[in-house]
Design a protein around this ligand. Structure first.
Ligand SMILES: [Zn+2]
Length: 215
């Protein structure tokens, strides 16, 4: 019994030490400042997603013929998968299966995920929004004539990911797009403020339902 308690205490200590080491490493390393350009050549992201899912890299390699190397998509995925506490996403269109998997994986890992999107686009075939909602992720959408046209995400309230890229396979593989990734509170803060403002505005309790002629 004593041994079990000691082992538990040892494990707790090891976990605390690992968390401290991670925090110290984050403080020491220079802040992320990266520009990603698309289109991103098709590449296999299975290993990256499997590793993030805790499945390790010891499993069989993915049998698909795509190259395994680094790409703008894999770098974007890595930045997203670095989330430990929170992820705010504000996207006009979201249909990339890989990015959808990454977001659901983070939700399963206990990261608080919130998604804001455009009402006209979220119901289109291939949209990830239904899958995100099905997984229990909070999603809110606009109720306006204009588009909810933002394309940004904030990771752990420390990293801003923003640019022209919608998270769609079409855009990732075919379009010329840019994405800026910065860890800089001067930029993160206004985007977080904007997210909170939109999040509240799109709260379902604020919906106005137009009167139908049958009323
Ligand atoms: Zn593959």
């Amino acid at each position: 019994m004593w041994a079990a308690a000691a082992r538990r205490a040892g494990l707790a200590l090891a976990a605390a030490a690992a968390a401290l080491a991670l925090a110290a490493w984050r403080r020491r390393r220079p802040p992320v400042r990266e520009v990603l350009f698309f289109p991103s050549p098709p590449s296999c992201t299975e290993a990256l997603l499997a590793e993030a899912a805790g499945l390790g890299t010891t499993g069989r390699p993915c049998p698909c013929p795509l190259p395994q190397g680094d790409s703008s998509l894999s770098r974007l995925l890595r930045h997203l998968l670095s989330a430990r506490r929170s992820l705010e996403i504000c996207l006009f269109a979201f249909s990339s299966p890989q990015l959808g998997r990454a977001v659901r994986l983070l939700h399963r890992r206990g990261v608080r995920v919130r998604v804001v999107t455009d009402a006209q686009y979220m119901g289109l075939p291939g949209s990830q929004i239904g899958l995100l909602r099905h997984a229990g992720i909070q999603v809110r959408h606009d109720q306006e004539n204009g588009y909810m046209h933002h394309k940004f995400a904030v990771v752990d309230r420390r990293m801003l990911i923003t640019g022209s890229l919608n998270w769609t396979t079409q855009a990732i593989q075919n379009n010329r797009e840019n994405v800026l990734v910065v860890e800089d509170t001067q930029y993160v803060k206004p985007f977080l403020d904007e997210f909170e403002r939109i999040w509240e505005e799109y709260n379902p309790i604020n919906y106005r339902f137009p009167k139908t002629t049958n009323d």
